[in-house]
Ligand binder design. Structure first.
Ligand SMILES: *Cc1c(COP(=O)(O)O)cnc(C)c1O
Length: 365
């Protein structure tokens, strides 16, 4: 069986380093808000090219806390609108609704699955306060165009970088383009913890300060509460694990790129549409997503030959029961993507012969 993602093998690579770090934290007797977190935050901010990184409990909280902080700062109000791609993972949209703001869905570009900048301006109203871009599947959205639009209309630019750790264009990394960015370190992400974890990156010191209070019950100072906050902390053990994995991230991304390059150059079945890559450094291949009109048959065929594949994602957000108010809306590009996409195995531990087998089977389909 060729696994879609072998999390066991991925983490076993760092076994000795993990055990040393775990022992260090255990022996310190300090488990939350200590120096492991502080060090990881500094290293991750330096990696992303931002002044600050703030560890939080997960990627959804990272997104939600950015929006919540802008509300506390008086920049967003209930009922304001945030533009977001119509084909994203549901968490990008949940973070907006959870804060009583309105998600306004925008179609992606079919070839690269990211938000279409040409469709943004027509959706801007007097209530629009931000663009939430998603670097879907690990590829940076068209950040030069989107940055221009956000400046022209005085909108906050928020990045959902949960799938794009290390993706870069013109030397600027995911997380460093917007006013703030949200990362997830869910175990299956390119930089994955051994539990739920996430971070916000920003160079806005005020925003960072508000988020640091919000994630800690709304408090900067023990037992003094400025906001009706929440508890969304990243623990010391996982901060230590993440610091270890961050050191290896670029080399692991290079391995993912090598797999992707083989898929791109060797899959030649006319039934398969390969993903479009605008710039090799701007894609970190969290997922390698192809399109096929007979997607379900292809998935069954691969399964019968012991190759796992997954669908990211089977149901578009506007067709979800949770958003039944959008049931009558139509997003044809998004719907086509959801009907045709299939994600192939890709990771830093996928072996050459496994890549070869996937390619050979797909070419015979
Ligand atoms: C994983 C993911 C999230 C949510 O992160 P969690 O850590 O699972 O809460 C948000 N947005 C995107 C695009 C994701 O892939």
């Amino acid at each position: 069986m060729i696994k879609f993602l072998d999390l066991h093998a991925i983490n076993q690579q760092h076994r000795e380093e993990f055990i040393d770090a775990f022992t260090r934290v255990l022996d310190s007797g300090w488990f939350l808000m200590g120096k492991e977190l502080q060090q990881f935050e500094q290293q991750f901010a330096a990696y992303c090219g931002t002044k600050e990184a703030i560890g939080v409990a997960n990627g959804l909280d990272a997104l939600s806390l950015i929006i919540r902080a802008y509300k506390e700062m008086g920049i967003f109000q209930d009922g304001d609108e945030i533009l977001v791609p119509s084909n994203t993972f549901i968490a990008s949209i949940l973070a907006i609704s959870a804060n009583n703001l309105t998600p306004v869905l925008i179609e992606p570009i079919l070839e690269d699955y990211n938000i279409d900048p040409a469709l943004i301006e027509e959706k801007i109203t007097s209530k629009t306060k931000a663009i939430l871009v998603v670097h879907l599947y690990g590829q940076l959205a068209d950040m030069s165009a989107i940055t221009v639009l956000s400046k022209r209309h005085n909108l906050k630019l928020i990045e959902d970088a949960a799938q794009a750790h290390g993706a870069a264009l013109d030397g600027k990394k995911a997380g460093g383009w917007g006013d703030a960015a949200a990362f997830s370190f869910y175990p299956g992400k390119n930089l994955g913890a051994l539990a739920d974890a996430g971070a916000v990156t920003t160079s806005d010191a005020n925003l960072a300060q508000v988020i640091r209070a919000l994630l800690n019950y709304g408090s900067h100072e023990k037992y003094k509460n400025l906001y009706k906050g929440t508890n969304s902390r990243l623990d010391e053990i996982n901060a230590a694990m993440l610091a270890i994995k961050l050191k290896h991230l670029d080399e692991e991304t290079a391995s993912r790129r090598a797999v992707a390059n083989r898929y791109l150059s060797e899959i030649n079945n006319p039934k398969i549409v390969l993903p479009r890559v605008k710039n090799p450094m701007a894609h970190v291949w969290h997922l390698f997503v192809i399109r096929c009109a007979q997607r379900d048959e292809l998935q069954t065929y691969l399964q019968n030959h012991h190759i796992q594949s997954l669908i990211h994602y089977p149901i578009p957000p506007h067709k979800q029961e949770a958003y039944k108010e959008w049931g009558n809306l139509s997003f044809p590009i998004s719907e086509k993507i959801h009907e045709e996409v299939l994600s192939l195995p890709i990771s830093q531990v996928l072996r050459e012969e496994e890549v070869h087998e996937v390619i050979a089977l797909i070419n015979k389909f």
